[in-house]
Design a protein around this ligand. Sequence first.
Ligand code: AHR
Length: 499
Amino acid sequence: MNKIIVDKEYEIAPVERDVWGSFIEHMGRAVYGGIYEPTHPTAEKDGFRGDVRKIVKELGVPMIRYPGGNFLSGYDWKDGIGTDRPRRLDLAWGQLEPNEVGIHEFNAWAQSVGSRVMMSVNLGTGTPREAAQLVEYCNFEKGTYWSDLRRRNGREKPFAIDMWCLGNEMDGEWQIGHLTAEEYGKKADEAAKQMKWVDKDIKLVVCGSSSPSMKTYPDWDATVLRHTYENVDYISLHRYYSYEKSEREFDLMSSHTDFEAFISTVCATADYVKAGLRSKKTMMLSVDEWNVWHTRPVFNCREVYSDNDEARWTIGPRRAENVYDLTDAVALAGLVCTLINHADRVKAGCLAQLVNVIAPVMTENGGRVYKQTTYYPFAMAIAYAKGTAIRTAINTQKLESVYGDTEKIYAACTYDNGVFSLFVINKSDENETCALDFASSVVRMTERFEMAGQPHAYNDFAHPDNVVPVRVKAEEWSSRKFEIRLPKHSFTLMRFVEE
Ligand code: AHR
């Protein structure tokens, strides 16, 4: 039988709230037609949709990365301040950028949904000097050109942005202003130095590889870190999963196996650089783009990109509006488990993205909003994956996947104030029984949620609650050991209170 042992004495590390961040890019209908739509019936005075604001606020993401993404590398932040807002071509996504939403508007919106902004500086067409000026604009109190300009633009107090990304995916040839690792390492270090001279308290994320499939991975990460090590706080990881290697649902649900390997390799690479530099500092990881992203049509997900003639050079065209099904949600729950299991090194993260573009929240222009299947495991991570990550010892069958041998059942656990939250996925085609052993803790199960059913069932505007977590009756007795049923192809969250 499958068995999971959880012993609260075997701690991994505290789970940082920032691991459950998300991302909004000026891409597709994320901003225009997503969060911002002045003509929408629920739009508030600031032009942002009230219905979307409500749903995002309820989700409770602690931090939102902004404004890109590939968009960032051609973006001039000065276009998004003051009264003169030029309309520009966004070369990254082939759409029009009206610049109606800029730093001020986005910060106010993020604050209204209870999130902090993780700001990014353009190191494609942008310079270290402009990056430092942006920090001055956002974070310097007053009495200088940029800080006083911010105040004249209506924001007296600094935005006090504490997390900053040094560019985006600069290893990719698709990136505007793409650089070699040497070139980027030097430029990022220079930007980091100047930005921290403006505000010594900010935390900086340097671009790691945009995927482990890059030819330059992991040398890119090592070279970049050699240049920047003492001036940055995190290295970024980006990773999306799809059916690219196989069409088996089991393989997609086993994405966590590759995610584990990616995170472990970046840790090893960073530690190798640390050793070479004789540094005392351990580099932390920011997984600031992760998700399931279908880039070719599969099952019910047909619209994978949509860069067609009608959509080109319009404001808020459809881009990457993936429809997610139950299998995608189980795969995403597996990735959530991996982030928890690596809480010792992964200190920040962003589910990419939040609204309309490969997103858990979908909107209709002028109309409704609904939650995709993937909303739920992410929402449960935000709500319950807190406190300390605890090691889970899993005894289950190993099966072959495109990512190598992998567990049939995969799990992660957190412990917070006497409450265990156990996240489990069952990837097999059979209902399974699993023994749970809490070692020295006597616990009572208080809640249990399941997402199970038809593997390709999905939600849409007409059927928004087709796939939702179901609250299953919790076991009533107190014990150190339980035997639970895990439906095939499912995600289960169980909560246990220590007696
Ligand atoms: O999140 C969508 C895109 O994926 C981002 O713009 C880019 O950074 C990544 O390739």
